[in-house]
Write a protein that binds this ligand. Structure first.
Ligand SMILES: Cc1ncc(COP(=O)(O)O)c(C=O)c1O
Length: 380
């Protein structure tokens, strides 16, 4: 089955007891046992297994071409669980333009547990090679990055990691691209991570996370951690993500068509200094983006000649684009990362330009969105 069919059917069979076509929300914490230690259907307790979560996990595994999916209570819960594969003293090479919350977890929490981090510009694979140490156990990529939409050549970095220690895991946060646009496991990554809060859920009504791996051994370790740590999503949240995934392909095509039109419009606006959109001709890693992504996605950012005050004025002046954090929903959002989503990077080498505005372009009518952005830009 191809992607669009898998998105609707993978892991989801009509319910055996009622024939219900949609996966039921198994809102239960526990399961009746036939005898002591004899669970009737292999389920004992919902932190360990829940049928709605199992359907989501199977679907995620199929979409990433990996096989083994695991769902979590948030993208950060997924990240934290993945990091527990490491031991104190281990070294991690991470991108220098990762989501602010990922940076906060690495820098403010996990350093305290003895992990060491080197943040590098992963758009240059050689800088990853230079940062590798004998004790490097993980390389953490985000591509496209949040908020600069920088692109890293996943296959090139995977080759570098493979040429080093066999024990080094390559993790790719695939939240911005989704498996419809990009499949990191096929490009050599060991672990793919998602905030399902974003495009997979797709409707800004759920917080969730996911991890997909190919290796049975890594899966077994992560499944153990998923249960041991317990940062699991509830069944209703799993249902919402499953439902969102069904329309992922059509949504992503529309997000990308709208975003490409807005990127072009912004690039021609005298108020705009720089536009960051992976498939725009001005993007420095456009060639890599076109090679490893199906389209440019729905995220873009731009800076203004008017600096931070202009960024704030524009972000506060739109009518359809809602001023809000998060991304990936059907509705368009606008924000100023330095003052909102990426506040945690202030004063660090990852600090974001305060004149940067980030758009999560929704699937509304493109002309309406262009008119909204156009009128907001007039305040810049
Ligand atoms: C790229 C990326 N990764 C991870 C996360 C964290 O996900 P969550 O907010 O679901 O914990 C986010 C959230 O914005 C993100 O943008």
């Amino acid at each position: 089955m191809r992607f669009e069919t898998l998105a609707i059917h993978a892991g989801q069979e009509s319910d055996s007891s009622t024939g219900a076509v949609m996966t039921p929300i198994y809102q239960t914490s526990t399961y009746r046992q036939d005898g002591v230690g004899k669970p009737r259907h292999g389920h004992e307790y919902s932190r360990t297994q829940n049928p709605t979560r199992s359907a989501l996990q199977a679907c995620l595994g199929a979409l990433e071409g990996g096989g083994h999916g695991l769902a979590f209570a948030s993208g950060m819960a997924a990240t934290d669980t993945v990091m527990r594969l490491l031991q104190p003293g281990d070294h991690v090479v991470a991108g220098n333009d990762v989501y602010g919350g990922t940076f906060r977890l690495f820098d403010k929490v996990l350093r305290g547990f003895g992990l060491e981090f080197t943040f590098v510009d992963t758009t240059d694979p050689e800088s990853v090679a230079d940062a590798l140490q004998p004790d490097t156990r993980m390389v953490w990529l985000e591509t496209p990055t949040n908020p600069y939409l920088r692109i890293t050549d996943i296959r090139a970095v995977a080759d570098i990691v493979r040429a080093g220690s066999q024990q080094t895991l390559l993790v790719v946060d695939n939240t911005f691209a989704t498996p419809y646009l990009q499949r990191p496991l096929e490009l050599g990554a060991d672990i793919v991570l998602h905030s399902t809060t974003k495009y997979l859920g797709g409707h800004s009504d759920v917080v969730g996370g996911a991890v997909v791996v190919k290796s049975q051994e890594i899966y077994d370790r992560l499944a153990f951690l998923q249960n041991a740590v317990g940062a699991v999503p509830g069944p209703l949240d799993c249902f919402l993500v499953l439902r969102g995934i069904k329309t992922l392909a059509v949504r992503m095509d529309r997000h990308a068509a709208n975003a490409a039109a807005i990127a072009e419009f912004l690039a021609n606006s005298p108020a705009v200094k720089e536009v960051f959109y992976p498939f725009h001709e001005s993007h420095p890693q456009r060639r890599v983006a076109v090679r490893q992504m199906r389209n440019g996605g729905g995220m873009l950012s731009f800076t203004l000649h008017g600096g931070p005050p202009a960024a704030i004025r524009v972000a506060e002046a739109t009518a359809i684009f809602a001023l809000a954090e998060s991304l990936g929903g059907v509705e368009s959002l606008i924000e100023v990362p330095a003052a909102m989503t990426h506040l945690s990077t202030a004063g660090s080498p990852l600090e974001v330009d305060a004149s940067l505005v980030r758009l999560s372009v929704g699937i509304e009518n493109a002309e309406d969105l262009l008119a909204d952005i156009g009128s907001a830009l007039s305040t810049a």
